[in-house]
Design a protein around this ligand. Structure first.
Ligand code: HEC
Length: 121
């Protein structure tokens, strides 16, 4: 009976490697939603968005729409923090998760810059 339950529990682990690529693609967004969005969301109560709007200007308030930040800069801020923003330790956000997060943010900013250029609202 016990071995039976273990076999059922172990089954999804065997399927993991096949899903690894898809998971990696989503890892940056997942890290953003887990660690950053509460302060960098679009709403009026997101302190990061508010503070960046005040100090950098409204058009630079939203992290996911920035195209002026390099991956190196983003990674340095994430590790060290900046004023009210806390730094993140490797135990909270691994190097691989940080890489995926930086890819996500720099890809999102490039895409949104492109869509701003074509939508022109
Ligand atoms: C507790 C709230 C909070 C969290 C969580 C947070 N930030 Fe921030 N972040 C801020 C604030 C506030 C600022 C503005 C700091 C300042 O300039 O005074 C900021 C600024 C930044 C900047 C600097 C932008 C610029 O124009 O110089 C980057 C990059 C950044 N955050 C990325 C992130 C990323 C990536 C995450 C998730 C790993 C994250 N932040 C999580 C609050 C937060």
């Amino acid at each position: 009976m016990r071995a039976h339950i273990l076999a059922i529990l172990a089954a999804p682990i065997v399927a993991l490697p096949a899903a690894a690529n898809a998971q990696e693609e989503g890892a940056g967004q997942a890290a953003y939603e887990r660690h950053c969005i509460q302060c960098h969301d679009t709403d009026d109560e997101a302190v990061g968005t508010l503070q960046l709007g005040r100090t950098r200007g409204e058009e630079l308030a939203l992290l996911t729409e920035r195209s002026d930040l390099t991956g190196e800069y983003i990674a340095a801020i994430v590790r060290n923090g900046l004023n009210a923003m806390p730094g993140f330790l490797p135990s909270e956000l691994t190097a691989a998760q940080l890489d995926a997060l930086v890819d996500y943010l720099t890809a999102a900013s490039a895409a949104s810059a492109a869509s701003r250029a074509t939508q022109a609202d």
